[in-house]
Design a binder for this molecule. Sequence first.
Ligand SMILES: Nc1nc2c(ncn2[C@@H]2O[C@H](COP(=O)(O)OP(=O)(O)O)[C@@H](O)[C@H]2O)c(=O)[nH]1
Ligand SMILES: Nc1ncnc2c1ncn2[C@@H]1O[C@H](COP(=O)(O)OP(=O)(O)O)[C@@H](O)[C@H]1O
Length: 185
Amino acid sequence: MTERPRLTVLSGPSGVGKSTVVAHMRKEHPEVWLSVSATTRKPRPGEQHGVHYFFVTDEEMDKLIANGELLEWAEFAGNRYGTPRAAVLEHLEAGVPVLLEIDLQGARQVRESMAEGRLVFLAPPSWEELVRRLTGRGTESPEVIERRLEAAKTELAAEPEFDTTLVNTSVEDVARELLALMNVV
Ligand SMILES: Nc1nc2c(ncn2[C@@H]2O[C@H](COP(=O)(O)OP(=O)(O)O)[C@@H](O)[C@H]2O)c(=O)[nH]1
Ligand SMILES: Nc1ncnc2c1ncn2[C@@H]1O[C@H](COP(=O)(O)OP(=O)(O)O)[C@@H](O)[C@H]1O
């Protein structure tokens, strides 16, 4: 029997479908615990404080960082994002499978600090499809989309650093593959 990887990191370019895959997976497997990050980004319509993110001010983020309350943090496309440390450790200690949905810089920090973590890269079927998804989501301005596509080039180039790559052609297939990697099913 393979040992359960208790900590899984899911990364991939903005718009590839990370949130969609995770939401699909958790609908059927709510026992997977998804860390809620702190961010200085403004909420999108429908996003709720404490559910999708903890939306914080720059000053509050400064404090979280200074007090060592974040397991990792990074600046992405002009906003800061970080993983609250205590909740992750509590869930791991309780034996709950933990999922972090974070960017490349965060994934690299987790690789250094949490040896048991498994790093999964979610890749788009093609560059054109990534542009289509990010644009089609309709949540960002053209300038922000441009910035995120710039970051996407760096992220796609870093794919070999990850333990596993999943290509997001079908949400259902990727969700199933991710659950299998986490030994949840
Ligand atoms: N390092 C780090 N990245 C995060 C964290 N939370 C979210 N991110 C990443 O920040 C990037 C932007 O997230 P967001 O603004 O929600 O846009 P979206 O992923 O395109 O929906 C994505 O790559 C997220 O995975 C975090 O706590 N730490
Ligand atoms: N496999 C897929 N096929 C087609 N569209 C997808 C797929 N996965 C996600 N999408 C769409 O792509 C857009 C970006 O997905 P999202 O989950 O917000 O990405 P991320 O969290 O990686 O930024 C959304 O409009 C979503 O409905």
